[in-house]
Unconditional design. Structure first.
Length: 380
């Protein structure tokens, strides 16, 4: 059952993403919206049982599956974007909440967690393989979304017939529930605003022209080089192109320490600051770059644990802010090096050369260590 639920969520994510990006709106980076909703549902369901109530989401599933089925039919394909995009995003979120909520209910004791997470990974891989590899070879049209919706309906029936009630929900502090609900609401509002702005900018010609003409030339070049670096390979797109060449040429094991052609022959600009990750990926390969990302992940998880164990609100907020700052720097810098983020002057913490960056990071980590050592409050 765990494999089926994970596969259903993964298949729905890819099928709905393909549908809204190919048949609804060809907006750049629109795929980020369904992916964010998928990850958000996973976080909510596994954070605690208070966010998933089967009775509520079974009712929402009727609306979501029915709405997506009608919108998927050719008779309603001409509906405006402002209707189709929220409809499919809402349907994906509800279906993923059901799949991930039921997976959270199936979570076993800690002694069996390894097998459980292996089943989740296997199910996600099977769902993705069905949409990306199997469906294009066995279907003459785009039918994977219909199959995924039908599979979700079957799972609803199977899950409800096996366990109609489910375990009771776990009580949580009202303050924690209110704070987490506020964060989730803000996250969803930001996603809706970003989707609306992107739709207005890329689909409405007068709005697109007015916003584009209001930007300064260097801002236009930055956006143009981010979307299509090849449009100016020797100018604004040079950094991004050379960085991706360096990352790709490293392959699995890299070219060896100080043997990278892009970095040592100075094809790669700013190789000691902004594009230090490209140098590491070229010389140490996927293994070295993956090891560095893993170390960052360990550091961030320690920070999250520190924030969770802090005994006062000030310490928890400071630890959460430090973790957010470091994770944002890491994500932007690595994303910039591999081409999924625009080229901006963001350093890689603890790796990039620079006095201000090192001092700021050390001060932040010192505060984090102080919060961790004072997690036990003493009274005299």
């Amino acid at each position: 059952m765990a494999v089926a639920l994970a596969a259903c969520g993964s298949a729905l994510l890819l099928a709905i993403t393909n549908h809204i990006t190919q048949n609804v709106a060809s907006v750049p980076f629109l795929w980020v919206l369904p992916l964010s909703l998928y990850l958000l549902s996973f976080i909510l369901c596994f954070e605690g049982q208070i966010w998933y109530h089967r009775s509520l989401y079974l009712r929402l599933l009727v609306v979501a599956l029915g709405g997506m089925a009608y919108a998927y039919s050719p008779a309603y394909s001409g509906l405006p974007l402002i209707v189709l995009l929220p409809l499919f995003c809402f349907g994906l979120f509800v279906c993923c909440m059901f799949c991930h909520g039921e997976l959270a209910r199936l979570k076993p004791d800690p002694s069996h967690l390894t097998l459980f997470y292996v089943m989740l990974s296997l199910g996600g891989a099977l769902g993705a393989a069905f949409v990306a590899l199997v469906a294009p070879r066995i279907f003459s049209g785009f039918y994977e979304l219909a199959v995924a919706l039908g599979g979700c309906m079957v799972l609803v029936h199977v899950v409800h017939s096996r366990n109609p009630t489910g375990p009771p929900t776990q009580a949580r502090s009202p303050v924690v529930r209110l704070a987490f609900a506020a964060i989730v609401a803000a996250f969803l509002i930001v996603l809706v605003i970003v989707a609306a702005v992107a739709s207005a900018v890329f689909l409405v010609s007068p709005v697109r022209h007015k916003i584009w003409s209001s930007l300064k030339p260097y801002q236009q070049n930055r956006i143009r080089s981010f979307i299509d670096p090849g449009s100016d390979p020797l100018g604004s797109g040079y950094h991004a192109i050379q960085s991706k060449i360096a990352v790709g040429s490293g392959q699995l094991t890299g070219k060896g320490y100080r043997k990278g052609t892009q970095s040592q022959m100075e094809f790669l600009p700013e190789r000691h600051t902004d594009f230090i990750f490209a140098v590491i990926a070229e010389e140490l390969g996927l293994i070295g770059a993956g090891l560095m990302v893993f170390l960052y992940l360990v550091l961030l998880l320690i920070g999250v644990e520190t924030a969770k164990n802090a005994k006062d609100r000030l310490g928890a907020l400071m630890a959460a802010g430090i973790v957010s700052m470091i994770s944002l720097y890491v994500f932007i810098n690595i994303g910039m090096a591999v081409g999924i983020m625009p080229v901006v002057g963001v350093p890689l913490p603890l790796v990039s050369y620079g006095g201000t960056s090192i001092i700021t990071t050390f001060l932040a980590l010192g505060l984090l260590l102080n919060i961790q050592t004072r997690r036990f409050m003493l009274f005299y």
